[in-house]
Design a binder for this molecule. Structure first.
Ligand code: UTP
Length: 294
C-alpha cells in the first residue's frame, strides 16, 4: 500500500520581481489577501491534506515567514492581559499544535526544481506535496492538495499534478501537458513541455502550483540540467519521471487565483471579500456606486 503524504514543501525563495518594489523587503508569500498572508492559505491547505511537517525553502531575506509562524510572546501576553480573546486566538491559530515547520535555505534562486531539491534531506524516502503559495486555490469543500493526495493513494502512489485549462495564447507562461483521460478529472500524462509557444503546445492544459510527488523525483532533479530561462525546472524532472511511473494530471475542484501577478491578487482579494459576510454587501455596493464597473 502507498504511504500517505505527510510532508509538504513550500518553495518561497523566488525573487518576486513582479511585486517590486514591495518585495524588496516583503516576501511575496506574505502579501495579504484581506487579513491573511498568501502563505497562511497555503499552509491551511496542506494541513487539510493531512500534512504534519511543513518544509519552507527560503532565502536569507525571508525571515518574515519564520517569524509569522513562530510564537509572538509579547503580542500574545498583551492581548491576553487586555482580555482580547478573539484576537489572541487568531494570533495563536496560524499553525495547529501537531504541525512542525522546518526551514531550509536555497542559497541561490536557480529555479523551482532546484528549490524543491533543497528539501531532499528533510523529505527523505516518502511521497510529498509541493504548494506554490502564490497560486491561491479557493474551495469550500476538500482542499485542492487533499483531493490530489487522496487520488495518489487510490492510484497506488502515482504522482499527481494539478492542471487547469488556460487560453491557448497563454501556453508560453506555463508547463503544458499532453495527457490521456482516465476519469472525469484525471488524465495520464504522456508529455510535459515547459512554456511552449501556442503554435507548438500539445494542449492548453497548464500545470499550476500543486504537486504530489514520489521521493524518486529528487534523484531525477539531481541529474536535471538548467532548462527554460536557465533555471533548473521541476517540469524537466517530471518529464524524466514519466518514463518510469504513472503521473496523473488532475483538474481540481476549486478556483485558482494567480497571486504572483497584480491582477490575480486583486481578483483574489475581491473574491474573498465577497465570501466574507461582514464585507460582501459593502464591497458590492462600492463596486456598483463608485462607477468602477463602468
Ligand atoms: P516564480 O516563477 O513565480 O518566480 O516562481 P518568483 O521569483 O517567485 O516571482 P517573479 O516571477 O520574479 O515575480 C514560482 C515559485 O517557485 C519559487 C517561488 O518562490 C514561487 O513560489 N521559486 C522560484 C523558488 O523557491 N526558487 C527559485 O529559484 C525560483
Amino acid at each position: 500500500m502507498a504511504k500517505p503524504m505527510r510532508k509538504v514543501v513550500f518553495p518561497v525563495a523566488g525573487l518576486g520581481t513582479r511585486f517590486l518594489p514591495a518585495t524588496k523587503t516583503v516576501a511575496k508569500e506574505m502579501l495579504p489577501v484581506l487579513d491573511r498572508p498568501l502563505i497562511q492559505y497555503a499552509v491551511d491547505e496542506a494541513v487539510d491534506a493531512g500534512a504534519d511537517t511543513l518544509i519552507f525553502v527560503t532565502n536569507r531575506y525571508k525571515h518574515a515567514i519564520a517569524d509569522y509562524f513562530d510564537k509572538a510572546y509579547e503580542l500574545e501576553s498583551k492581548l491576553s492581559q487586555s482580555g482580547k480573546k478573539e484576537l489572541l486566538a487568531l494570533v495563536q491559530g496560524t499553525l495547529p499544535k501537531h504541525v512542525r515547520c522546518i526551514f531550509v535555505t536555497q542559497p541561490e534562486a536557480l529555479g523551482l526544481g532546484h528549490a524543491v531539491l533543497c528539501a531532499k534531506q528533510v523529505v527523505g524516502d516518502e511521497p510529498f506535496g509541493v504548494i506554490l503559495a502564490d497560486d491561491l486555490i479557493w474551495n469550500d469543500g476538500k482542499s485542492c492538495l487533499r483531493q490530489m493526495s487522496e487520488l495518489s493513494m487510490r492510484e497506488n502512489g502515482a504522482g499527481v499534478i494539478a492542471v487547469e485549462e488556460v487560453p491557448h495564447d497563454q501556453t508560453d507562461k506555463y508547463g503544458i501537458v499532453d495527457a490521456t483521460k482516465v476519469s472525469e478529472r484525471a488524465a495520464k500524462i504522456n508529455l510535459v513541455v515547459e512554456k511552449p509557444k501556442p503554435d507548438v503546445a500539445p494542449s492548453n492544459l497548464a500545470i499550476v502550483g500543486r504537486y504530489v510527488l514520489p521521493s524518486r523525483i529528487f534523484e531525477l532533479l539531481e541529474k536535471t540540467e538548467p532548462g527554460a530561462g536557465g533555471e533548473i525546472q521541476l517540469t524537466d524532472a517530471i518529464e524524466a519521471l514519466l518514463g518510469e511511473r504513472s503521473v496523473l494530471a488532475y483538474r481540481f475542484e476549486g478556483t485558482r487565483f494567480d497571486c504572483g501577478n497584480k491582477l490575480g491578487l486583486v481578483q483574489a482579494t475581491l473574491h474573498m471579500a465577497m465570501q466574507d459576510p461582514k464585507l460582501a454587501a459593502a464591497t458590492k455596493d462600492f463596486i456598483r456606486t463608485s462607477g468602477l464597473a463602468g
